[in-house]
Design a protein around this ligand. Structure first.
Ligand SMILES: [Zn+2]
Ligand SMILES: [Zn+2]
Length: 148
């Protein structure tokens, strides 16, 4: 996996500050102010957090980031990163997969949501903290890269 070179200068300082802040994850950072699931358009999930940050998650990303034990093990075994699409096995024909979409979205208490995916998988419990920690936006990605 090649990493984007990290830019030097103020942006780097910024992301260091953000990284330090992210490590702590204050309550308002993991508490959604609003959650929009764009199921009909297939756009994914938008979360506005109480600390002002806004996150967008595509359904494909969410499916490939499934935090259940089975998917964690599969990612570890194949070296796939969270939210990264599965690669076809070397030599195997690429298989057409329907784009990931939730058939059902179930709130889990006040701390998480659970997706019933169109491929039948439904064991992932996506906590707000997990979603915020793994926010795929560019500034969060840079912060995580800065953390190593
Ligand atoms: Zn899973
Ligand atoms: Zn973010």
């Amino acid at each position: 996996m090649s990493h984007e070179p990290i830019k030097t200068g103020p942006a780097e300082e910024m992301s260091k500050v953000q990284a330090a802040e992210l490590r702590r994850l204050p309550a308002e950072a993991t508490d959604p102010k609003s959650v929009k699931v764009q199921k009909t358009t297939g756009q994914g999930v938008d979360i506005a957090w109480k600390d002002g940050h806004v996150s967008h998650y595509s359904f494909a990303w969410l499916r490939d980031a499934c935090p259940c034990a089975t998917c964690n093990e599969e990612r570890e075994a194949s070296g796939r990163r969270l939210g990264e699409a599965t690669k076809p096995k070397p030599g195997a024909l690429p298989m057409y997969k329907d784009p990931a979409r939730p058939a059902e979205i179930v709130p889990v208490g006040r701390y998480a949501i659970n997706f019933h995916w169109n491929d039948g998988h439904s064991s992932g419990i996506y906590s707000w903290e997990f979603l915020r920690r793994e926010c795929p936006c560019e500034s969060c990605r840079l912060s995580r890269a800065a953390q190593g």
